[in-house]
Design a protein around this ligand. Structure first.
Ligand code: SAM
Length: 317
């Protein structure tokens, strides 16, 4: 495998501490969701994708399997597949198996150890495929490694786009357009609006895996920043916000408490929450408004028969 390109600036832990202290100083305490994904968080996320309540992964995989050859044809030969938030690259394999002579694969992810393990596994499965992992934040301007060949085509599955605000989607799509170039296409998977009776259990499963995933963020802050969160004094909450059309994940303080992080005391009232993630449920016209003038236009849409999930192919304008 080619060397990993670490795009996560030298002082990643300084940035983590700064983001944590900033988020926990807001009137509604918050933590950026990208910090869920240390190695343990990435493993827990993979377990979530297997849960009976968690329909998104199964549904998106079904759509990709059903339309793989059409999608591969639209992407064309000699594709350099650039995947944002690659995780375990499970859906990638569906595309790689369908593409004609893919030129290479560029997985981008903040979860560096998990990224490297996945990239190594792919290299064994696809020995002739050049793999160029990039460890870093896809919200900042990234460059492609110099020695890549092929036509860059973006892939952003898993409805990770639903974790971004309107402003972040605008910034992200513009940055992706600039990275991928004028001949590019961008395949994006997104979860759609549906009944809260389906949505809530998907983010608050009976086995408690999503709760463990949410609480792992506090564990990570303890381990990496020397904080003293008592994990038993916070509880996972998943709330449907109908007006904003999103699931919100929170960690609720079960009692009044003070947590010290880097000599700063953070006070919590009983019932006060830390907002840890949004997971937006889109309707297509509203999403296309967001695509607006970002340098992309819609080429194709595929959905499952229940209209739970959509896979969109955008083309560079
Ligand atoms: C919801 S998971 C999706 C994983 C996989 N793509 C899938 O479809 O199952 C989100 C992935 O994006 C990564 N991620 C989240 N925020 C990121 C960021 N700002 N920059 C780079 N990777 C990020 C996480 O580490 C995680 O692997």
């Amino acid at each position: 495998m080619d060397d990993v390109y670490d795009a996560s600036a030298p002082a990643a832990s300084d940035r983590f501490l700064r983001d944590v202290l900033h988020g926990l100083s807001q009137p509604q305490k918050t933590l950026p969701s990208q910090y869920f994904y240390d190695e343990a968080g990435s493993v827990l996320f993979e377990q979530i994708t297997e849960l009976p309540e968690y329909y998104p992964t199964r549904t998106e995989v079904g759509i990709l399997n059903q339309h793989a050859s059409t999608i591969a044809e639209a992407m064309g030969p000699n594709t350099l597949l650039v995947e944002y938030g690659a995780g375990a690259s499970t859906k990638t394999r569906i595309l790689l198996d369908a593409l004609t002579d893919p030129a290479g694969y560029v997985p981008i992810d903040v979860s560096e150890d998990f990224l490297l393990q996945t990239a190594q596994g792919l290299k064994l499965e696809y020995p002739s495929l050049p793999v160029y992992p990039i460890a870093g934040d896809f919200m900042v301007e990234l460059g492609l490694p110099e020695d890549v060949a092929g036509t860059p085509i973006g892939f952003f599955p898993g409805s990770t786009i639903g974790n971004l605000s309107d402003e972040e989607i605008d910034k992200f799509l513009r940055a992706a357009r600039s990275l991928l170039g004028a001949s590019s296409k961008f395949l994006i998977g997104m979860d759609l609006r549906k009944s809260p009776s389906i949505l809530i259990p998907a983010y608050d499963d009976a086995a408690g895996v999503t709760a463990a995933f949410n609480l792992n963020l506090l564990k990570r802050i303890n381990t990496e920043l020397g904080a003293e969160f008592d994990l038993g004094a916070f509880a996972h909450k998943a709330i449907w916000n109908d007006e904003a059309s999103r699931i919100e994940m929170h960690l609720e303080s079960l009692k009044p408490q003070v947590v010290t992080i880097a000599h700063r005391d953070i006070h919590f009232d009983a019932g006060e929450t830390i907002h840890t993630e949004i997971s937006r449920k889109f309707d297509l016209p509203k999403f296309l408004d967001l695509v607006g003038t970002t340098g992309w236009t819609l080429s194709d849409t595929w959905m499952d028969e229940r209209d739970y999930f959509a896979v969109l192919l955008l083309s560079a304008t």
